[in-house]
Write a protein that binds this ligand. Structure first.
Ligand SMILES: Nc1ncnc2c1ncn2[C@@H]1O[C@H](COP(=O)(O)OP(=O)(O)OP(=O)(O)O)[C@@H](O)[C@H]1O
Ligand SMILES: [Mg+2]
Length: 237
């Protein structure tokens, strides 16, 4: 699960995919190579509050784990976790450490072991560095993960989304779908046009996700792009 940038709905879409697969009876594992910005949550209370506190009180790895009904520990979902809200490569440097490519690959493969599906959320957009010379895109390529791209429906999204598709394909990555989120109940002509334009110019399937009640997973719709998460068809290499 990648996106056109930060705050575009990656966790929402990944949670919907994980929840749908779990509802189907699949064993779902989740993975996020690095979580930053944990300082933003610390003052807001315990992280075990119900899912209604979605974005304000719960870091991504906690939201993903709950949506998947997984029993993975924090370390297994997100091997690197930092307080400051910044790119992982910088957060690691400020913490006096370096993220290890080998450890990330081991952790992702371990998470996928024994699972029917792996839902992996990136960090920011596709070209965010995990290590100064190793990008989110490199991790996706090393693991041979099919991509779903979360993008906003409105003005500016054509350029951001097509750039992301191009960056993915130029590295040999397979883009399963773009998910426009939150897709308004009554889309404007611009939003409708954006959907068509991205589909045509990006030669890509577009899905839309309506504004969800984030506190009510039972009301969430199914996304067709769930299929890409299945470990049997998309083996984590
Ligand atoms: N379909 C939707 N229904 C309700 N809220 C949505 C929807 N899509 C996106 N949002 C809202 O958009 C915001 C950003 O979503 P989200 O946290 O999933 O982004 P992200 O790309 O994972 O961000 P980050 O880069 O911090 O990981 C949240 O406040 C979320 O509530
Ligand atoms: Mg997120």
């Amino acid at each position: 699960m990648t996106g056109t940038g930060t705050g575009v709905g990656k966790t929402v879409v990944a949670a919907v995919i994980a929840h749908t697969l779990a509802e189907e009876g699949k064993r779902v594992a989740v993975f996020k190579p690095a979580v930053t910005g944990l300082d933003d949550y610390a003052a807001d209370g315990p992280q075990s509050e119900p899912i209604g506190r979605f974005e304000a009180h719960r870091p991504d790895h906690v939201v993903l784990r709950e949506a998947a009904r997984s029993s993975q520990g924090d370390e297994e979902v997100a091997p690197y976790r930092y307080g400051p809200p910044m790119s992982p490569h910088l957060a690691a440097e400020l913490a006096g450490e370096q993220i290890s490519r080998e450890h990330l690959l081991d952790a992702a493969r371990t998470a996928a072991t024994g699972a029917d599906a792996l839902v992996c959320e990136g960090v920011g957009g596709l070209l965010v560095p995990l290590i100064p010379t190793y990008l989110v895109r490199d991790l996706a390529a090393d693991l041979a993960l099919p991509l779903v791209i979360a993008a906003a429906p409105g003005l500016g999204t054509i350029n951001h989304t097509l750039l992301t598709i191009e960056a993915a394909r130029s590295a040999g990555l397979n883009v399963e779908a773009v998910v426009l989120t939150p897709w308004p109940r009554i889309p404007s002509p611009v939003e409708e046009s954006n959907r068509q334009t991205i589909a045509t110019l990006g030669e890509i399937e577009i899905e839309t996700l309506p504004p969800l009640d984030l506190a009510g997973p039972q009301s969430w719709p199914r996304l067709r792009s769930c299929a890409g998460a299945e470990v049997s068809s998309g083996k984590v290499e």
